[in-house]
Design a protein around this ligand. Sequence first.
Ligand code: IMP
Length: 182
Amino acid sequence: MAKKKIIVNNELFESYIDEKKIQARIRQLGKKISKDFEGKTPIFIGILNGAYIFFADLIRRITIECEVDFMKLSSYGDSKITSGNVHLLKDLNSQVKNRHIIVVEDIVDTGLSIDFIKRILNAHQPASVSVVSLLVKPKSLKIPTEVDYIGFNIPSEFVLGYGLDYAQKGRNIPSIYKIAKQ
Ligand code: IMP
């Protein structure tokens, strides 16, 4: 049984989305994406670091032929507030021209990272670019952002666990916690 409350970097977090609920939603997403991309051999692009656990679980629920690759961005630094300053730390190894791309994100907050990634990918003339994100904070979006497959829409509160960090801590926690109200 997961703890109800935990402390990470001196801040209190409370249990929010448990492992069972996460895995059940990932099974549904895997089924839907597999159906939508049947016969298209998509390339799944995981966005490091945050998406690595979600990516590993989602890809094992994909039942069609596919390829995988990763990009690494840096934006948050060690803070809980997005800096809006996105840098590319690792580019793709794959050729994406005329290929169907599915970007795999942990969380969409302001939407600036996804916008940045889409612009880079579109410059390579892919056949299509879709986005799957485990979490979306709809009220935090700063620019119009289309997320094709959403695990959970959540309020604009800071979350961690299941790959998501707070100043690099908490990525190893198996379920999702949110910052506790004081
Ligand atoms: P965006 O560019 O503001 O949409 O932010 C996207 C990135 O910020 C995500 O891929 C995460 O790495 C990070 N992020 C946004 N919200 C949170 C959060 O609540 N907890 C941990 N990381 C977050």
